[in-house]
Structure formats: C-alpha cells, structure tokens
Design a protein around this ligand. Structure first.
Ligand code: CAA
Length: 384
C-alpha cells in the first residue's frame, strides 16, 4: 500500500486547480448571488475532457480513473460547487450509467456527445431524473409512469430538484412501468429534452449551489422509443442504485472540496488577522479549530480516495462510497461553519467566500442520498 499520487494524478490535480482559480473564481460571487448557470465554465471543462473524465476514449471520454475524478472534483469544489455538481452529475450519473448499461447504439448516439460535453458546437450535458415531489429518500415509490405501448413507452408524471434541469439536452428518467412488481417494475429511459410533452418548471431559488440549474420536469404523454430503455425490462431501480453508488463518490469529493476550501481560507485568514496584539493563529482557540479542520479534511480525502480506488479495481464500492459521502458532507458542514467563525464578522459577508461554502456544504448532506440514507446503506451492510 502506498499513499503517493502518480505524476499523472498530480498533473490532473494541477490542471483542475488552475482551472478553478483562473476560470471559476472570477465571478463566483456574482453567479451565486444572481443564480447564473456557469455555462462558460462548463464549456471549458468539456474542452479539458472533465465532463466525461472516466469514459473510454472510444466513446469520446478522457479515459481517466476515478482517483483523477476525485482530485479534480476536490479542486473545482473548493472554488465553485455549482460548477462541480454539474460536472459530477454528467460524469458519474449520466456518462457512467450509459457506458456501463447502455447498448452500443445508445452509446454512439448519446454517450459520445455527453462525454465530450458538446454536440454540433453546442454544450451537450445530461441530467438524472429520479426524485419526485413524494419520492426522495423512498426512491421505490415512483409515481411517474412509463406505460408500455408496444414499440414505445408513454411517460407521465413530475420529477423534482433536477440538477442541470434546463441546461441538459438528455434526461435519464426513472419511471414505474408495472406497480404490482414494486422495484422490479421500474425502468430507466434516455429521453431527449426537446421531446414533445416535456415541461421544464421554474428554476428553484436555493440556499446554496445557486448557480446550478435546478428545476422540476413534467412529462405529459411523452413518447419514448423502446430502444431508449436502459437494460432489461424492470432493471430501472437497480440501474438507479448502481449509478448512485458511484455518484456518491462524486458528491463526497465535492464535499471534500468545500471542506478543504473553507479550511484553507480559515488558515490563511488566521495568519493575517490580528487580535489582542498577535495574529489569531497564535490563539489556542483558533489553533484547535484549525487542527480539527485539517484532521477532518484528511479523513474525508482518504475515504474518497479509498472508495475511488475500490471502483478502479473493480471491487464493491457501495459501502465505502456511502461512508465517504456521509463523513465528507458532515465534515464540510462543520468545517465551513467553523471557517465562518474564524473569520468573525468578515465571515458573514460575501467577499470572504466562506459564507457561500457554508451554504453550499448543506446540500451535500441531502442530494444523492441524505446522510440518513447513507447510514441506512452502511448499517444494513454491517448488520446483515
Ligand atoms: N446496488 C444494486 N441493487 C440495489 C442496491 C445497490 N446499491 N440497493 C438496493 N438494490 C436493490 C435491492 O437488492 C433490491 O433488489 P431485490 O428485490 O432484487 O433484492 C431492490 O434494489 C430494492 O432495494 P431495497 O429493498 O433495499 O429498497 P428500499 O426501498 O429499502 O430502499 C434505499 C433502498 C437504499 C433506501 C434507496 O431507496 C435509496 O438509495 N434512496 C435514496 C435515493 C437517492 O439517493 N436519491 C438521490 C436523487 S438523485 C440526485 O440527487 C442527483 C442530483 O441531481 C444531484
């Protein structure tokens, strides 16, 4: 066992860090305040190969490993979690799901442009539509229906809190075909956003990740060709669970980035701010906060990298991914809150970035499975 990153990993980490500092940092406060989707940044990320990082180059991807993905997610999330959630959903929920379970035709038609992040010179990204107004944690209680009509399915229902809701060109939609079969009656479909019958609701006015584009999406008699179903009939719930297992590594890495970003800001501030005749880093109250922050960041990073390593080595990463997500997201919330405290009054105003990181941290405890759901997954595995 060794804990050193390879030369290639260090290069990817540096590329992501430079991108975050040079392309994401300018304007991040304004994008947050005005809820501006970071289209330019996502387009540049696609040019870097970061929208399909782990996809095989034969399908337009960058062919990198999951460790690289964690490193890039951390660096970008330190600066702008609205950019990184878009990147995470496209990489781990949409591209991974299609590459792993799609047919060759589906991959050629959809995965190739999604992994490149563009089609005909335009931004081309995906969204993952599982949550509903009455089905969040209880994901098997799907009300969206997909009626089998022979050579097509007819979709009806509403999905909520969809990341990339209006900017995505392709939706992966989970819907109930046969309610009598419970989770085995659920299917997953590739649905093009411009299909007649789809309505994109108003953008949600959120506490954090305000640049990310979150909408409800409604389906009224939307015709989806049978060729767009992913996997065998009834595979949809397993598809969602398998896909989310990897997605949780992405969100854990996002939380890690928010945590390490907040820690680094608190550390830098403590070296310049003076109180009672000395820099505040010389006060034990601050030193102990910094020590706890550094320890939690390191623990979160190790959990993320371990889970990524398991995924790269074709091991089961479901539990380690849930552990990484619950730990990193709770660490992010705690560290960002303490970083505001270290900054005192300055921490409460926008220019110092930590209040945004604190607001952004909260969502990492909620989406892609709440902290409570991660504990369900972990406890089931240790108690079976
Ligand atoms: N891998 C493969 N199969 C799995 C699985 C996994 N990780 N987890 C469950 N399954 C299978 C089970 O084996 C079972 O199949 P069998 O009947 O063949 O045994 C079937 O799925 C049903 O599983 P459960 O009985 O365990 O189902 P449950 O109702 O108890 O719920 C749950 C399981 C883990 C709580 C699940 O509902 C869950 O993960 N909920 C959270 C949903 C979630 O994460 N939503 C995030 C929304 S997406 C998002 O946020 C994206 C974004 O935009 C940022």
């Amino acid at each position: 066992m060794h804990f050193q990153l390879s030369e290639e990993h260090l290069m990817i980490q540096k590329a992501a860090r430079d991108f975050a500092q040079n392309q994401c940092l300018p304007g991040v406060i304004e994008r947050d305040e005005k809820q501006i989707f970071p289209r330019e940044q996502i387009t540049q990320l696609a040019e870097l190969g970061f929208m399909g990082m782990m996809v095989d180059p034969k399908y337009g991807g960058a062919g990198m490993d999951t460790i690289s993905y964690v490193l890039a997610m951390e660096e970008i999330s330190k600066v702008d979690a609205s950019v990184s959630v878009c990147m995470s959903v496209n990489n781990s929920l949409v591209c991974w799901g299609l590459e792993t379970y799609g047919t060759e035709e589906q991959k050629q038609q959809y995965l190739v442009p999604l992994a490149q992040g563009k089609k005909d010179g335009e931004l081309y990204i995906g969204a993952f539509l599982l949550s509903e107004p009455e089905a969040g944690s209880d994901a098997t209680s799907q009300s969206t229906t997909a009626e089998d009509k022979g050579d097509y399915y007819l979709l009806n229902g509403t999905k909520n809190w969809i990341t990339n809701g209006s900017s995505a060109s392709v939706y992966l939609v989970i819907a109930q075909t046969d309610v009598a079969k419970g989770s085995h009656g659920i299917n997953a479909f590739i649905v093009e956003k411009n299909t007649p019958g789809i309505t994109v609701g108003a953008k949600e006015n959120k506490m954090g990740i305000r640049g990310s584009d979150t909408h409800s999406i409604s389906f009224t008699d939307v015709k989806v060709p049978k060729a767009n179903r992913i996997g065998e009939d009834g595979f949809g719930f397993k598809f969602a669970m398998k896909t989310l297992a990897g997605g949780r590594i992405g969100i854990a890495s996002q939380a890690l980035g928010i945590a390490s970003g907040a820690y680094e800001l608190a550390l830098a501030y403590s070296k310049q701010r003076k109180a009672f005749g000395k820099e505040i880093m010389h006060h034990q109250a601050i030193q102990f906060k910094l020590a706890d922050m550094a320890t939690k960041v390191e623990a979160a990073r190790l959990l993320c990298l371990k889970s990524a390593w398991e995924k790269d080595n074709h091991m089961d990463y479901t539990i380690s991914g849930s552990m990484a997500k619950v730990y990193a997201s709770e660490a992010a919330m705690w560290i960002a809150t303490e970083a505001v405290q270290v900054h005192g009054g300055y921490g409460y105003v926008k220019e110092y970035h930590v209040e945004r990181l604190m607001r952004d941290a909260k969502i990492t405890q909620i989406y892609e499975g709440t902290s409570e759901i991660q504990r369900v997954v972990i406890s089931r595995s240790i108690l079976k």
